[in-house]
Design a protein around this ligand. Sequence first.
Ligand code: NAP
Ligand code: MG
Length: 504
Amino acid sequence: MRYTIDENKTVSMEILLPFNTAHCFIDGLWQPSIRGNVIQLRNPSDGTVLCEIAAGDEKDINAAVNAATTALDRAGKEGSGGARWGSYTALERGRVLSRMGQLVTQNIELLAELEATDVGKPLTQARADVVALARYLEFYAGAADKVHGETLPYLDGYTVYTLREAHGVTGHIIPWNYPMQIIGRSVGAALTMGNACVLKPAEDACLTALMFAEIARQAGLPAGALNVVPGTGEVAGSALASHVGVHHLSFTGSVEVGEKIQSQAAGNVVPVTLELGGKSPQIVFEDAVLDEALPFLVNAGIQNAGQTCSASSRILVQRSIYDDVLNAMAEKYRALRVGPAIADYDLGPLISGMQKQRVESYFAQDKQLQLIASGVIVDEAHTGGNYVAPRLYACNDEHHLLAQQEIFGPVQVVIPFQTEEQAIAIANGTEFGLVASVWTANGARQMRMAKRLRAGQVFINNYGAGGGVELPFGGVGKSGHGREKGFEALYGFSTLKTVAARHG
Ligand code: NAP
Ligand code: MG
């Protein structure tokens, strides 16, 4: 792929892709949506149309679920490409995933440029997402033949054991902010356990999801094991969430849509994993090593322009060091540069004009807060792009709207506290509970805080732990339920059957 930025600051991309971006991937084949509708995909860096994607609907979802169902049918005759997915052993499934991981790595630059262009994510961050996707596939490939049931001691004359089995057809509805990472942790784990997947990527960014399907095809994943149907959430997403042929749903996105998905899943009594939003705190005590904390304090808020579920949008600082931390963060903020994704500044644009408007509507409600510092949008940024300069606020009221709601943009509030008790109360004082971090040299305090913070992950003297694929991830409260990543995901994407044999 080649890019140029012309004198009008428009980013031109020459895409050389081995598939048609306006197609769905169903039953191992690239095909237009049945009704032939398309959506125009825009480049968030300059607002120009990048390409067309399919606008799948219930007909395409139906075809995809049927293909997935057939892929799981061991009894039927072999599919055109060879044996069906349902007949693969755990070892064979692992080998396919391993080949997919290798192909992802071989396509690192293409995938990174696609993701950067489509999502508006700085190239370096997009490249890290490709590495993570490959690592998920590698991790799950190795785990495929290491997940097993147990034998259970029981009554005399019985032998009892459990079998870990696939749910069947799994539906995956994902957002636009980290398509590759979320595909890795959700589709990767589901395939490992032998499920057949139907993936509905976000209409705002789905190019790497399509490329992932092509990689799966090239790696020899049998027809129907992975189907990708782009389209809007209200049409394609909703059709998938309510489809009677789906046996498990994995949703990553907003609380609002998560609630709908859970209701739709309830209609068919299928399990749901919900990975929703957050308002994750970092808590800095006066004995913290500030030089170590500072880069994490800022980066965790501005990575992917703050459009990260686990973004740290609240910084809680002990009163005695409050001014020092605020000043040091402000200095970093003033050095932040926002520009076209492929030019690889600290921040790219937001995903869409709508998201930009949403974030700016919060700026209009920043009364009672003190704007301490902002970053700078570079001259090279096109006026048609969705650029927002990151903002750092001092905040004395932890109940303020900007300190409570997920903004999903590059905004951090810094809140003072006096005591450990107060820090815990403020940290736990939102409806979310995704991740939290504590910066302190006091070991006893580290342990106390880890137990009392309401979050799915707690970090001590770091934030994010490098995003390790091995680490179970998910929320409490309105951040959702269920866990993805690590081995834990494999339990979520499978069900347990107990077999009790009476033999006397
Ligand atoms: P969103 O609006 O909830 O969309 C997420 C996905 O759901 C998209 O594919 C969307 O499709 C689809 N969708 C929308 N309405 C639907 C409906 N009625 N039925 C079925 N599907 C529907 O979320 P977003 O704004 O794209 O993403 C931002 C949110 O995701 C934030 O709240 C963020 O915290 C959360 N997130 C959470 C995690 C996590 O792991 N906890 C990770 C990343 C993001 P279209 O967009 O194509 O319409
Ligand atoms: Mg896009």
